[in-house]
Design a protein around this ligand. Sequence first.
Ligand code: FAD
Length: 317
Amino acid sequence: MKVTEHLENAKKTLFSLEILPPLKGENIQNLFNHIDPLMEFNPPFIDVTYHREEYVYKKRENGLLEKKSIRKRPGTVGICAAIKNKYNVDTVPHIICGGFSKEETENALIDLNFLDIHNVLVIRGDAIKTEGAFRSEPDGHRYAIDLLEQVMSMNNGVYLDEELQNANPSNFCIGIAGYPEKHFEAPNLKFDLGYLKKKVEMGADYIVTQMFFDNQKYFDFVKKCREMDINVPIIPGLKPITTVRQSTVLPSIFHIDLPEELSDELEKCKDNAAARQVGIEWAVKQSKELMDFGVPCLHFYSMGKAEPVYKIAKELF
Ligand code: FAD
């Protein structure tokens, strides 16, 4: 089923989660162990992120540079199929511009069709560490909106491969990213929302937000979207803080603010166990307020840590 159908049919706020593919060489069983307890809360869909391979260049003794892979998380499509099969739940693979030519994207989307996966989250992807700024492939997409256009073309039965012109149209439900605190490259929120609106006009079906810790930012974002006639569902993304360090790391990586009250609480924490407790309590408080506001779904960035999400969900669902 499509994410939007789940949202339309829901009688109460839904619980969903986003997981990362395991590092290359790790067993998928670790991922299942992560998901198993969370199935108690009946997520109608699970997102699986996509990560480009990261490299460093090391100088060999002979002076030549050697390209060395430092992080690999392959397998988004395969993992989506495995989760769908094991738990009978819909999966949402993240599809990114970075690292893909248009043809490779078309092939990945065809694979998803074969696997009966009809939801995708269409995003640009970030720059990898060795790039200063995001770089697309020579025959790839520069912005998420260009990738979205390709998915929409396939939904209309138009493929890049001319031999496929009589093939069946795809039927993807398309999610896109939204930033209550604006995307860090956008000069202002209005600029950012302009492209968000264009994506919705082009056919995006729903929005999932970047993590935020101050609900007011989400409420203001939804208000501005509605004023601009962006009327698709806006699913809030929530990340429970799990370590003391995250109070500085998350704002710097994700370009978001932490409310003073939360930073003060985290500063008092002597260890990560204390920070985790603060993170759980904050997320429960945030979630309750969001549920009262009437959000269709609470989407949790579990980032390899199921236990805090379990504890939060246990309080809410
Ligand atoms: P875009 O929509 O392309 O926007 C990027 C910037 O360019 C914005 O500032 C926007 O205002 C501007 N812009 C947009 N279109 C145009 C245009 N046509 N001309 C000029 N400017 C334009 N990253 C991953 O690598 N893998 C993941 O799995 C992943 N999952 C994510 C899930 C969610 C819910 C979110 C919120 C983010 C996720 N990201 C992921 C991170 C995401 O890839 C980055 O935030 C990326 O920098 C921007 O992606 P986007 O789709 O918003 O980009």
